[in-house]
Design a protein around this ligand. Sequence first.
Ligand code: SF4
Length: 476
Amino acid sequence: MKESCGLFGIFGDAEAVQKVFFGLHSLQHRGQESAGIASSDGEFINCYTGMGTVRRVFRNSSQILAKLSNPIAIGHVRYSTTGASKIVNSQPLLSEYSRGQVAVAHNGNLINALLLRDEYEAYGSIFKSTSDTEVITHLLAKPTHVSNPDPLAHVLNHLQGAYSLLFLFADRIEATRDPYGIRPLCIGQTEGGCYVIASETCAFDAIGAKFVREVEPGEIVRLDKDGLNSRFFVKPGTVTPAHCIFEHIYFAKQNSYIFGENVHEFRKKLGRQLAIEHPADADVVMPVPDSGTSAAIGYAEQSKIPFDMGMVRSHYIGRTFISPGQRLRELEVKLKLQVVKEVVDGKSVVLVDDSIVRGTTTRGKIRAIRKAGAKQIHMRVSCPPLRFPCFYGVDFPTKEELLANNRNLLQIKEFLEVDSVDYMSLEGLLQCATLPADHYCTACWNGKYRIPVDVALNKFTTERYQMHMFEEVSDL
Ligand code: SF4
């Protein structure tokens, strides 16, 4: 399962582009398919994007960053949900319209993108990408919207779904979150007093900036020569938030602070709650690294069973892009995660993971632990069984592919080949959260989509024709 994207922006800093570069590195876990930076000198915007990780796209970083060097900049790392993984869909997406240039960076997924695109195409608009994000620039350019007293606020009211967005205009950055606040977006400040915006606060740590506050759902934050200004495109308090609690469980980095609390501390609470709900008689608690680690620490603390690292992850492999057969996927898992025999041999093991999606990679890890001599394996999962797909910016498999869809606990136990398996309850999960229970999206567990989704219209693709792009391109 993959997150859809990470955003970073900074206004008025002499090293803005370098700081975006470091910020994007820190947000790399949110998307590895493409990366890009757009910057402005106050009059013109330059943009450079490419396929792959930040390191790969900016492999000639000193030359590229020198060409981009401007005091106002935004950046983006992408994992695709709507629109394939192609250079035309890389972001920031730079466009020109009657009011000048605009570069857009988006984290989330618009559920009405296809409807809007059909409408514009019916009147002759030509789209250059297949991503949902491009409809936003078409909406901005529409003459009746341009003449509105606040065109951006007006346009945002046409969007449905999940969106945290950065807009780079020649003289300013505007940052916004959808009225439900589904994806995170935070404001920081550098030592020099420049304002920074990022998907997660870990990106502030990377450049020595301090966290100021989160962008509120339905808020537009404008960064320009006068500092930071805030306005709302939806009246505050009229929409109950639906923060994606999966950000806390799985996506966000442990040192990040989102939705009012630290990710590592939240995951430890989940582990403690899991141990209360589903104790196990075992010799050692071990995580599936890295995202299961914090929950396993919490489980060990609560259960008083020793914690140990029975599996180690290789951080040097990255995405291998070998596809798609099961045998090769299993080899890839073996390459990335290896068992420490001395920790598991002859032991009864509690294996803690944050979630189980299809179950095939989890079973591969369990087989490896068994092969290394584990006597018993008790699987504990720090979220409830995933049964429904996500339409708000997380790349889920189909409902049919989810392990917990149409399988009871006994069938899951047999599939995973474990001695026992138990999941956190949804009530227990929400008890661990700081905000009230109704402030979170829980649709992938209970199918209650807070923003109604027409599943038939959301095939996560606007691809109609095979597009052939053999070269990396940029606007620089
Ligand atoms: S459906 Fe699940 S992954 Fe998607 S936004 Fe809701 S909680 Fe997050």
